[in-house]
Structure formats: C-alpha cells, structure tokens
Design a protein around this ligand. Sequence first.
Ligand SMILES: [Zn+2]
Length: 364
Amino acid sequence: MTMMKATVFVAPGRIELVDKPIPDVGPNDALIRITTTTICGTDVHILKGEYPVKPGLTIGHEPVGVIEKLGSAVQGYTEGQRVIAGAICPNFNSYAAQDGAPSQDGSYLIPSGQCGRHGYKATAGWRFGNLIDGTQAEYVLVPDAQANLAPIPDGLTDEQVLMCPDIMSTGFKGAENANIRLGDTVAVFAQGPIGLCATAGARLLGATTVIAVDGNDHRLGVSKVMGADVTLNFRNCDVVDEILKLTDGRGVDSAIEALGTQGTFESALRILKPGGTLSSLGVYSSDLKIPLGAFAAGLGDHKINTALCPGGKERMRRLMNVVASERVDLGVLVTHRYKLDDIVAAYELFANQRDGVLKVAIQP
Ligand SMILES: [Zn+2]
C-alpha cells in the first residue's frame, strides 16, 4: 500500500478528504498509523481561512496511533508500539529548546536563512497541520521522533489520551503559567475544551476557589465536573462586578484567559488583584488594548504570561500520568465520534458548536 486518505485544506471554507502518498521515513522520523485523532478550534480557523496554511496541506495536530515504521536513527521504540506525540513537536537540539522555549523553535525551517543560526521563530514548534502534513489522515510522519514520541501506558484507551497532545497540555500550561498557590482564587475565562482543562489544572495545582466564566450553560455545567466552584454566565450577569464582589473587592490571585478576545482579556485584567498573574492562552486576531485603570498605569506589579502548547515526550508522559492516576477524567470532553471518511460532517458539527459538542474523536 502506498496511498492513504488525508484531510486537506483546499481553500477558505473548504476541506476535503483526498488520497495522498504515504510519506517516506527519514532517519529521524517515525511513521505513525493514526488510530484516533480530533479536530481543534485552530483547525476551524484554518478551515475558515482565518489562519493561513498552504492549500493541499493535511490538517490536524492531535495524534494517537501505532508506530508503523521507525527512522534508522530513532532508538528505544518498537514498531507496533502505541504512542502519542505532542501537537507541538520541536527539534529539542535547538537554541530555543535549550533556552526553555521549545515551542518557539523554527531551527528546522531555514537552516541558513532569515532565522539565521539561532532558529528562534514564534510558534514554529507547531509543525503538524501548520507547516508539515498533519494528523487527520491514516498516517502521519513525526519529525524528531526520538524527542517527540511518547509511549501510551498500558490500560489507557485512545480516547483517554486524546486530549494530551494539545488540549490538556495547553490548558494545564495556562494553569501552570498562572503561578497558582495553595488556597488561591482563580478565574478562568471561557470554558471550551482548553478552558475546561485550565479549570481542572487550577484545581489540581491547589486553587481552592475556581471561578469559571462562559456564555454557555452546558459548558458551565461541565466546568463543575472539571473542578469549578463557582460558575458565571456572562449573559446573565456583569462578570467583573460579580467577581469583585466574590473577592471582597480584592480581585483574584490569577486569571486565565482561554479564548483570545479583547473582552475576555480586558475582564481578566480588571478582576486581577495587584501583584496577580494573568495567564493568556487565547489566540488573538487583532491588536489588544490594555485598559489603563485596570493596568494601574503600569505600576500594579501585574504579571502577564503567554504560552503555546508545550510538546515533547516528557510533557506527554506527565500528562498521561495525570490521566492514569485518575486525578482528572477528560473522557467527558469526547462528546461525538466519527469515521475519517465522514470528517467533513464532523467539521460541520464542531465548527457550529451544534449538539453540545466539546471534542470529536475521529477514527480512520
Ligand atoms: Zn489545537
């Protein structure tokens, strides 16, 4: 067999399932036969043409599968082994990676071009379905496989680990970046899949009051299961007033922004205590304005952290440990299941947030 099915971006508003050659395996690569993958909110931005990728690129960046073929330089794995890889799969030999920012590694892109020798390039650690063919296909080629392949512990199902490559890694990073301490009060703005994981992460890190904000009561219901103590629907109340009331006017210790709009960013800053941390996860599509009062004219000791999803086998190992130890059950996020053949219908459901969808599992 030399051909496979793959979901490609054709033009804004159009993705198609097409036949493509199964890729050749270079010395540092691994070919993974996909057993389960999913659709991310970012893929919907690609579909709509809001995030540009090359026409013909296979999209998707959340792989669960089996090693079909290993490159000659990849050691310590066996063909047939069940693995995941992070949505972000950097070259961990790079300057950016060694400097603690592997997700911002573009060293592989232009060896002696505009990146120069340093290789720092914002977001370039995200390769699947962005710069190289992605995971919504029968097979995917994992680059720098030695650093990026993470074996799935025995006993965990595909769906149990499906959130690890992106949603859980991103959401938990949002909580980690919020500098949460035992006993903290944390507000999480937006309860989509990533916001829900941030809520779960905040609880696991020791926040004792987690306030979840969204405009969808169904999602707010799920946020209670994920660890929220208080839920606020912004359609029914003034969220800023309500949170300031809840905290006696003090503000929260940390605010996590998980959507990427002026409104959510601004509200997160308005309810943040002086000295607190705003952890931003959202993907913004226009310039942000910082409200002067909430920013204390720049003198409030506020910390603002941003992040792209962390990848790599050690990150994936830790996340799968959290799942295996049953500290959190992300299975509730998988609300719908589709065959790869029906992926266009899955996009239609997911993009329009119909039928209470949170995440869809896609199986070839
Ligand atoms: Zn994603």
